[in-house]
Design a protein around this ligand. Structure first.
Ligand SMILES: C[S@@+](CC[C@H](N)C(=O)[O-])C[C@H]1O[C@@H](n2cnc3c(N)ncnc32)[C@H](O)[C@@H]1O
Length: 281
C-alpha cells in the first residue's frame, strides 16, 4: 500500500531551491546542488510539518521574512546528512591505537601531560565514542595523563542524541567482536544500550560551526574531520584546513573520510597512510 506523502508532490521552484541553497551555504558552508531538489524537499518537509505549514513553498516564504532568523538553525539541522557508524573506517582507530596513543603516553605521562583529540563533525556520537573506547583500552586506569575528547557538530538535534549515548542494541550486534566489548555497554530501555559512563565522561560535546570562529585554543594531538569536507567547496575546505593545521600539535594527525583528500597540498601536512596526515612542523 502506498503511504500518502503530503509534501512529496510540491516540487521546489528553481527560485526557492536557489534561495535555500544560498542560505545553507552562507550559514553552514554546505553546497546543495540543483539535482538534490527531491532530497532537499524531503528534508524540509520535517520543518513544514513542525511549523504547521501547508507546503515547502510556504516554508520558503516564511524563511524570507525578517522574523525567521531563529528558524535558520532548524533549517540547518534539517538539511545535514548525519550518516555515521561505530568504528567506521577502522584503519583510523587502528592507527590511533598502535601508532599514536602509545607514543603520546610515553611522552606525556608522569608529567601531568595532556592528550587532546577533536572529533570535529561528530554527528550522533559513534565517532567520538569509538575514539573513547579505543583510548580507554590503551590508557587503562592510569591517571597520570589528562586525556579529553572534544566532540562538535553544527546540528543541535544530533548533538543531543550524541550526548545521551543511547543507541538501538542492533547497531552493536554488527560490530566486530574485538571492538564491541570496548564500548562497555550498559542496559538502557528495551532494545537499547547505553555507552558506559566511564567512556561518556571522557568527551565534551559542544555545538561548533566549522565555518565560523572557533573558541578553543588547542593544541590537539589528533583531529578527526571525516565525511564532512564532501559537502564543502574548495575554498571552504582550504580555509578550514589552514585552521586545523594551526590547532594541531607538531607531529599531530589529521584523519579525513574515505573519499576525501586535501583541497591542495599543504606545506605542513604529509600523507602517511590512508587519509591520515601528519603535521610536519
Ligand atoms: C556524514 S556526518 C559524518 C559523521 C562522522 N564524522 C563520520 O565520519 O562518521 C557529517 C556531519 O557533519 C556535520 N556538519 C555539516 N556541516 C557542518 C559545519 N559547517 N560545521 C560543523 N559540522 C557540520 C553534520 O551535521 C553531520 O553530522
Amino acid at each position: 500500500m502506498l503511504v500518502p506523502q503530503p509534501f512529496a508532490d510540491a516540487t521546489l521552484t528553481r527560485d526557492d531551491m536557489g534561495f535555500i541553497a544560498k542560505l545553507v551555504y552562507e550559514h553552514a558552508g554546505i553546497v546543495i546542488r540543483e539535482h538534490k531538489e527531491a532530497m532537499t524537499r524531503g528534508r524540509l518537509a520535517r520543518r513544514v510539518k513542525a511549523l504547521g505549514l501547508g507546503s515547502v513553498a510556504e516554508y520558503c516564504a516564511f524563511l524570507r521574512t525578517p522574523g525567521a532568523v531563529s528558524e535558520i538553525p532548524e533549517l540547518i539541522n534539517a538539511v545535514t546528512t548525519n550518516h555515521t557508524a561505530f568504528f567506521r573506517e577502522r584503519h583510523h582507530f587502528d592507527h590511533l591505537r598502535k601508532d599514536v596513543l602509545p607514543k603520546l603516553l610515553q611522552e606525556r605521562s608522569g608529567r601531568r601531560g595532556r592528550i587532546r583529540i577533536w572529533s570535529s563533525a561528530c554527528s550522533s556520537g559513534e565517532e567520538p565514542y569509538s575514539i573513547a573506547a579505543t583510548s580507554r583500552d590503551v590508557l587503562g586506569s592510569r591517571s597520570d595523563v589528562d586525556f579529553r575528547i572534544l566532540a562538535t557538530d553544527i546540528d543541535t538535534d544530533i548533538l543531543e542524541r550524541a550526548e545521551a549515548g543511547i543507541y538501538p542494541s542492533e547497531l552493536f550486534e554488527r560490530l566486530p567482536p574485538d571492538v564491541k566489548p570496548l564500548l562497555k555497554l550498559e542496559a538502557a530501555a528495551r532494545g537499547e544500550a547505553r555507552i558506559s559512563e566511564d567512556l561518556r565522561r571522557l568527551i565534551a560535546f559542544k555545538r561548533l560551526n566549522l565555518i565560523e570562529k572557533w573558541p578553543m585554543g588547542g593544541p590537539f594531538d589528533v583531529i578527526f574531520c571525516r565525511n564532512v569536507f564532501i559537502y564543502f567547496d574548495t575554498q571552504t575546505k582550504a580555509s578550514i584546513l589552514d585552521r586545523f593545521v594551526a590547532l594541531l600539535a607538531p607531529g599531530g594527525f589529521l584523519y579525513l573520510g574515505h573519499s576525501e583528500s586535501l583541497p591542495q597540498p599543504h606545506p605542513q601536512l604529509r600523507l602517511i597512510g590512508r587519509t591520515i596526515y601528519e603535521r610536519t612542523a
